[in-house]
Design a protein. Structure first.
Length: 430
C-alpha cells in the first residue's frame, strides 16, 4: 500500500483548501473591518456581534440541500455555482448604506457559502478512505487558520489606505477568479479524473467499496437524521462553534486593546500569531487521530485546552505578552478538533447519506456561530468587561468535550452498530 501513488494529496487538497480559504476570508474579514464600519454606522457592541453572527443564520439554509446535491448530482458543480454567488454577495457588503442593509448582505453571504462545506466533505469522502480521512479533512480545513494568518494582515494593511467599502469589494473578487480554476481541475471521483493513475484509482475504489460493504444498507434520510450519534454530534458542534467563532471574531478586538497597539496593520499581524499555532494543532492532532484510529479524545481534549486558554488568559493574565500566549493556547484548542470530528460521520454513514447528514450537523451546529459572537458582544456591552463573555464561551467548549467523551464511537464495532441499529430504527445504541 505504501507504493500506491498518492497524487490526490497534492491535487485535490490544495485546490479545495485555496477555495475554502477564500470563503473563510469573506467570513472573518468582517472581524477586522467591523470597527471601521462601526465608525460609519455607530454600531453598539451588541449590534457588532449581530453583524458578525447573522451570517450563520443564512449559513444554515443551504447546508442540507448542498450536501444532498453534492451526493446525488455533483460536488464540483455545486461548489462552482456557490463560489460565483458568494463572490458577488461579498462584494455587495461594500455597497451597503445602512445597518439593515449590512445585516442583509451578511445574511445573503451566509446563504451562498453555506452549501460549500458539506459539498467539499462529500468530495473528500469520495477520494480518501476512512484511514486517511482525518488527515485529509485537517489538511483541507487548515485553510481556516491559514486564511486568518494571511487575510487578517492583508485586511489590516488595506484598511490603512482604503475605505472599508473598497476592502470588501476587492476581497470579493478572488472567489470568482478561483472558481474558474476549480471548474477545470476538480473531478467528483477518481474515475472522472485524467490525472489519476490506474493504480491509484483502483486502490481508492476498492478500499471505498470494502468500507461501504461494512456499513448498513441505505435506510433513508429520515433514519440518518434520527441517528442518535448524528444528533449528539449536532449538539457538540453547536457548542463548539459557539466557542470557536466567539473567539475568532473577537480576537482582533482583544489584540487591539493591547497597550501600544494602535495601527490596523499591527492588529492584523499580531492576530496571525494564534492562527499559526492553530494550524500546527490541526495537522498534528489529526495525524495522531488517524494513527491511533481514535476520534473522541482528539475532539474533547483540544476543546478543554481551548476553554482553559480562554479563562486563564482573561482572568489571570493582564500583560500583552501573557494574554497573547493564552490566545495561542485557546486557538490550539478551538481549532484542533476539526479533522477528527468530521471523520466521525463519514465513518458512520454511506456516501449517499453522509452529505445530507454532514449538512445537517453543520447547519444546526453553526447556529452557534451566531450565538458566540453575539453573546460576547452583548455581555461586553452589559458588563463593560469581555471576561464574562469569554467565560461563557469556555463553558460551551467544556460541554463539547463532555459530549465527545460520551459518544462511544471509538469502541470496537461502534460504527457498524450505530449505522446499523440506529439507521434501521432511528434510535439505536451508540
Amino acid at each position: 500500500m505504501n507504493n500506491i501513488p498518492a497524487r490526490r494529496w497534492g491535487f485535490i487538497i490544495p485546490i479545495a483548501a485555496i477555495m475554502y480559504m477564500l470563503a473563510y476570508m469573506d467570513r472573518i474579514n468582517v472581524s477586522m473591518i467591523l470597527p471601521y464600519i462601526g465608525n460609519s454606522f455607530h454600531l453598539s457592541s451588541a449590534a457588532t456581534g449581530l453583524a458578525s453572527g447573522i451570517f450563520f443564520v443564512g449559513y444554515m439554509i443551504l447546508q442540507i440541500p448542498g450536501g444532498l446535491l453534492a451526493s446525488r448530482w455533483s460536488a464540483r458543480k455545486v461548489v462552482f455555482i456557490l463560489m460565483m454567488l458568494w463572490g458577488l454577495a461579498a462584494m455587495a457588503n461594500g455597497l451597503v448604506q445602512s445597518v439593515g442593509q449590512l445585516y442583509l448582505a451578511r445574511f445573503v453571504l451566509g446563504i451562498f457559502e453555506g452549501g460549500v462545506w458539506p459539498a467539499v466533505l462529500v468530495l473528500l469522502a469520495s477520494w480518501f478512505p476512512t484511514r486517511e480521512r482525518a488527515r485529509a479533512n485537517a489538511l483541507w480545513m487548515a485553510c481556516l487558520p491559514v486564511s486568518a494568518m494571511i487575510m487578517a494582515p492583508i485586511s489590516g494593511w488595506l484598511l490603512t489606505f482604503m475605505s472599508w467599502r473598497t476592502v470588501f469589494i476587492i476581497e470579493g473578487l478572488p472567489p470568482i477568479i478561483w472558481g474558474i480554476v476549480w471548474w477545470f481541475t476538480i473531478s467528483d471521483k477518481p474515475s472522472e479524473a485524467k490525472w489519476v493513475s490506474p493504480e491509484e484509482q483502483q486502490y481508492i475504489e476498492t478500499t471505498m467499496a470494502k468500507e461501504d460493504s461494512e456499513k448498513a444498507p441505505n435506510a433513508g434520510y429520515k433514519a440518518a437524521f434520527g441517528n442518535k450519534t448524528v444528533l449528539w454530534l449536532i449538539v457538540a458542534y453547536f457548542f463548539w462553534m459557539s466557542g470557536f467563532y466567539g473567539f475568532s471574531l473577537w480576537l482582533p478586538s482583544v489584540v487591539k486593546s493591547f497597550h501600544g497597539v494602535t495601527s490596523s496593520a499591527t492588529v492584523g499581524w499580531l492576530s496571525a500569531i494564534p492562527y499559526f499555532c492553530a494550524l500546527v494543532s490541526m495537522v498534528v492532532n489529526s495525524a495522531l487521530s488517524d494513527k491511533r484510529g481514535k476520534r473522541q479524545a482528539h475532539v474533547a481534549i483540544p476543546a478543554l485546552i481551548g476553554a482553559a486558554g480562554l479563562v486563564i488568559g482573561q482572568l489571570a493574565v493582564h500583560g500583552a505578552v501573557g494574554q497573547m500566549i493564552f490566545l495561542c493556547i485557546a486557538a490550539i484548542g478551538v481549532y484542533g478538533p476539526y479533522g477528527p470530528f468530521w471523520a466521525i460521520p463519514s465513518a458512520l454513514l454511506r456516501i449517499e447519506l453522509v452529505g445530507a447528514a454532514m449538512g445537517l450537523i453543520n447547519a444546526l451546529g453553526n447556529l452557534g456561530g451566531f450565538l458566540g459572537p453575539y453573546i460576547v458582544g452583548y455581555v461586553k456591552g452589559a458588563t463593560h468587561n469581555s471576561f464574562a463573555g469569554f467565560l461563557v464561551l469556555a463553558a460551551f467548549l467544556v460541554i463539547t468535550a463532555i459530549i465527545s467523551f460520551a459518544l462511544g464511537t471509538d469502541r470496537p464495532g461502534a460504527n457498524a452498530r450505530s449505522s446499523g441499529a440506529s439507521l434501521a430504527t432511528g434510535s439505536g445504541k451508540q
